[in-house]
Design a protein around this ligand. Structure first.
Ligand SMILES: [Zn+2]
Length: 184
């Protein structure tokens, strides 16, 4: 059972439509035609996938609450960035190539604060932070820091909630390619 709270959409005054659009059937872009379904909190458990837009964006005004709900852990990995991290960033909330800035500065609490601030300011999609099967919110943001950058990952019950995304790649994206380090 989800603990989500909804509020009404203010953009369309509850109509579900764009108020001054030339075509009066144009759906409100904010609520997508469901004016009583704007998330008003960060739930521990998301509603079922057939009732909730997993790929919708977390409302900006909930960014701080979302960012504050995690523990942040920096894991230093003394290695080069991989081709996958430089080019695709799969399995992470995002992937940052900073040419070693975070690796060199030495204080991992500064990096954790930077990632926290980024999530608070632009939280992104719900599915980046919730396990798709259990629907539970991640407890940890694990920041994998390597010599060329870092990848923040959301972890629920010890599992990266975005790890399964790599299975959708075409066969030309071999493990060898993904794990290679072009900037070693
Ligand atoms: Zn609306």
């Amino acid at each position: 059972m989800s603990d989500i709270i909804y509020r009404d959409c203010t953009r369309c005054e509850g109509s579900g439509r764009v108020l001054d659009a030339p075509d009066p059937t144009t759906r409100c872009w904010s609520c997508k035609g469901r004016p009583d379904r704007i998330p008003a909190n960060i739930p521990e458990v998301l509603p079922p996938a057939d009732e909730f837009g997993d790929t919708d964006f977390v409302p900006r005004d909930l960014g701080q609450e979302l960012a504050d709900s995690f523990s942040y852990v920096v894991v230093r990995e003394d290695r080069a960035g991989t081709w996958e991290e430089h080019n695709l960033g799969l399995g992470g909330i995002w992937s940052s190539t900073d040419y070693g800035e975070a690796w060199r500065q030495g204080d991992d609490t500064l990096l954790a604060a930077k990632v926290h601030e980024h999530i608070a300011e632009s939280p992104g999609q719900w599915c980046k932070f919730y396990d798709r099967t259990s629907r539970k919110k991640a407890e940890f943001i694990v920041i994998r820091l390597h010599r060329h950058g870092y990848v923040p990952m959301a972890v629920a019950d010890g599992v990266n909630v975005s790890a399964s995304s790599t299975m959708w790649l075409p066969p030309t994206y071999t493990d060898e390619l993904l794990r290679s380090s072009p900037h070693e």
